[in-house]
Design a protein around this ligand. Structure first.
Ligand code: ZN
Ligand code: ZN
Length: 112
């Protein structure tokens, strides 16, 4: 006789975090502070603070409710930071004016 206590699989767990987050938090965007009611609730999305969609702790500590716009911005910031290459300062090899030096030398070498 085999009685299996592990009859339930938790395969629906991953897709259920949005509903959990919506139950847990007020329906307000964490960035712009707009409130989303009724149909507009679809515009409110669950952002993962550490950007790891597999990290879904039950206490919701990795979730943040953001509207589509702010969510986009949040991820855009990451991209911007990644591609921000600040190599200004090269190509400054301007010709040194030899004339100026020559004039200066003349002035300096005045006294015999
Ligand atoms: Zn927002
Ligand atoms: Zn996100």
């Amino acid at each position: 006789m085999s009685n299996n206590p592990h009859s339930h699989s938790y395969q629906a767990r991953e897709s259920g975090y949005r509903e959990k987050a919506l139950k847990m938090y007020p329906h307000i965007c964490g960035r712009c502070g707009r409130e989303f009611i009724g149909k507009r609730l679809r515009e409110l999305t669950v952002h993962h603070r550490d950007h790891n969609h597999d990290n879904n702790p039950e206490d919701g500590s990795n979730w943040e409710l953001l509207c589509l716009f702010c969510h986009d911005n949040e991820h855009q910031r990451q991209v911007d930071a990644h591609y921000a290459t600040s190599d200004a300062g090269k190509g400054g090899a301007a010709k040194t004016t030899h004339k100026a030096f020559a004039d200066l030398a003349k002035l300096m070498g005045k006294g015999e």
